[in-house]
Design a protein around this ligand. Structure first.
Ligand SMILES: [Mg+2]
Length: 223
């Protein structure tokens, strides 16, 4: 007697996380190319706090969520371009970005306005890297939006890989953490507070538990 009928459907073993770089700022730049290379911030609904920063603004040390009244002097000194948030614009470009991403993967799980997990199972390395770089180039060419893609065997590792791609400004915008040695190295350097749910849950309560691979959290997969 065979039980193959009851074998669970295999979870994807290669997951990509596509994430827009400085998404709201990048959306503003699509319609105002003069903002390229200039420091730009986007403010929250009531124009109270910084909710998106260009790389130039990050380099000035202005943190996410900073109340705008605290940086008036910096805005003047560095001629930072300040924008009110325009969520209909960001939502529209987000939908277009997800549509483009959907052409490159059989399954796309939209995670936030500018993030989506892609099932990249079946694309072998090194073709995988070139394939993902092709996605980055296509989104840039078709929509004018810069994105980075992190690739890993789990969602968490895809997120970690994406973080590395962004922080280290990796050429091509893609980092893959499919090799156990690279995973161990990346997780050892990881600041837990950098990662989403863990960041919100608080650095102190989690301590360093997630830094030692493999951990349950690093194995989280598609639902
Ligand atoms: Mg983003």
């Amino acid at each position: 007697m065979s039980f193959t009928l009851f074998r669970p459907i295999a979870a994807p073993s290669v997951i990509g996380l596509a994430d827009g770089n400085n998404f709201y700022v990048s959306c503003e730049r699509v319609f105002a190319p003069r903002l390229e290379g200039k420091p730009v911030v986007v403010l929250s609904n009531n124009d109270g706090c910084v909710v998106a920063r260009s790389n130039e603004v990050k380099a000035l040390g202005i943190a996410m969520g900073t109340p705008v009244h605290e940086i008036r002097a910096l805005i003047r000194r560095h001629r930072i371009q300040v924008y009110s948030s325009n969520y209909s614009l960001y939502g529209d470009l987000s939908a277009r970005m997800m549509t483009v991403l959907g052409q490159f993967a059989p399954r796309v799980e939209v995670y936030s306005i500018d993030e989506a997990f892609l099932d990249l199972t079946g694309f072998a390395d090194p073709a995988l890297l070139a394939y993902a770089q092709g996605i980055v180039q296509t989104v840039r060419r078709w929509l004018g939006l810069p994105v980075s893609i992190g690739i890993g065997p789990t969602k968490v590792l895809a997120k970690v890989a994406n973080r590395i791609a962004k922080k280290q400004k990796i050429a091509g915008g893609v980092v893959a953490l499919l090799d156990p040695d690279r995973q161990a190295e990346a997780l050892a350097k990881l600041d837990v507070a950098d990662l989403w749910a863990l960041a919100r849950a608080g650095r102190r309560s989690y301590g360093r538990w997630a830094l030692t691979p493999p951990c349950g959290c690093a194995r989280a997969r598609f639902d």
